[in-house]
Structure formats: structure tokens, C-alpha cells
Design a protein around this ligand. Sequence first.
Ligand code: ZN
Length: 99
Amino acid sequence: MSDLPYRRATFRQADRTDNKVSLYNSGQPLGVECVGCGRRALTFADPKAFARLQGDMTRLQALKFKCTKCGSREVQLWMFYSDEHREKFMERPVGGPEF
Ligand SMILES: [Zn+2]
């Protein structure tokens, strides 16, 4: 149990207060997971797109996504605080991340 705060701080679901500025401050792109089929992708991974996050207060949960595999618009958003955790997210194609 002692490592729980560490894991929360490095890999967590975006909440309603998170915006593009908090994503920018995390230093990592946004993880998008389709609720319909479990497909995972990263967005704002391009350096130019990432740089445009700065100063943008748009809430992450207000962003619209559509899964290219199953067409679902229902997604879970994940934020990362290290390359390692971002890579772990992309290694697991289906199912929730490990906590
Ligand atoms: Zn899908």
C-alpha cells in the first residue's frame, strides 16, 4: 500500500478540473482509452500540438473524441507523469491500467 501515492502521482485518470494547461504541465501527451472496445491512443503527442496547450484553459473532459476502431465517443482520459507510465499505458491494448 505504501507505493499508492507514488502511482497516483505518475499515472491517473484526468478529472473535471484538468485542462490543457495541466496536461502541458504534466509534460506528457494525453492517453485516450475507448470505453467501447478498449483501443488506446495518445493525443497531443506531436511537439507542435503539445506546445499549443500552453495557456489554453479548455477542460480535457470537454474535448470530443471518436474511436477510429468502433466509433464510440465514450472515452476515458489518462494523464502521465513519466515516459515509463505512458509506455505502460500503450503496451496494454485492452483492460484498465494496473494500480
Ligand atoms: Zn473503440
